[in-house]
Write a protein that binds this ligand. Structure first.
Ligand SMILES: Cc1cc2nc3c(=O)[nH]c(=O)nc-3n(C[C@H](O)[C@H](O)[C@H](O)COP(=O)(O)O)c2cc1C
Length: 194
């Protein structure tokens, strides 16, 4: 194997989702966050629409986001479905993270490109981002819990109704990285046509 592929393989296979609660509170320098975002910007993009967008909550503003997220949950959840535990989890989810980034696909810059392709390109950008983070031993959590998929979340962020929120990425450092696991091997997901 070439040296470059060995390094890339290690980064890809070692990247793990780390729950924000398992982060340790250590902060990431802003120039490092910017470097990761610059690498996100190299994702493939049909017709050069470059649809990925990132809203970055810093160590100073992450708590504001978490409180607002929890408040949205409370305000827009039927009383009989509301769980205090979920509310508190959302409110405290960023306590040990450094930054929280909302990733969304901007729709409509080229009507010939269907939104599924803009979502695909944005997912590729997120993957660039989290792999680059892994290369720097930065822990990441790509989550879609809480209000992320609710229309009201887009209003909260002043997004257009056609934009698609792909998730929140919690970033930080951790002392507790879990083992990777896959339910099936790649062989069970390939249909070779020979
Ligand atoms: C689109 C997307 C949404 C996800 N949402 C959640 C989530 O809401 N909560 C969660 O615990 N993990 C979430 N994850 C992370 C997965 O749980 C994780 O990727 C999976 O368990 C495999 O573990 P690994 O990332 O360490 O390989 C999400 C991952 C993706 C790609």
């Amino acid at each position: 194997m070439s040296n470059k592929l060995e390094i890339l393989s290690e980064i890809i296979a070692n990247r793990r989702t780390t729950k924000p609660q398992l982060m340790n509170g250590k902060l990431i320098e802003e120039k490092t966050i910017l470097k990761l975002l610059e690498l996100a910007n190299w994702a493939p993009t049909h017709a050069n629409t470059e649809p990925w967008r990132f809203i970055v909550y810093t160590p100073e503003t992450k708590t504001k986001f978490c409180k607002a997220h929890a408040a949205l949950y409370k305000l827009h959840t039927d009383k009989d479905k509301f769980l205090l535990a979920t509310f508190q989890k959302l409110e405290q989810m960023g306590n040990l993270a450094s930054h929280i980034i909302i990733a969304y696909a901007k729709s409509g810059s080229n009507i010939k490109i269907p939104i599924v392709e803009e979502v695909a390109a944005t997912s590729a950008a997120i993957q660039n981002f989290i792999l680059a983070a892994e290369a720097l031993n930065i822990a990441t959590y790509w989550g879609t819990g809480g209000m992320i998929h609710q229309p009201v979340f887009k209003s909260f962020l002043n997004l257009n109704t056609d934009d698609v929120v792909l998730g929140t990425i919690y970033l930080g450092y951790t002392n507790e990285k879990k083992e990777g696991k896959r339910i099936t091997t790649i062989h069970e997901k390939i249909n070779w046509v020979r």
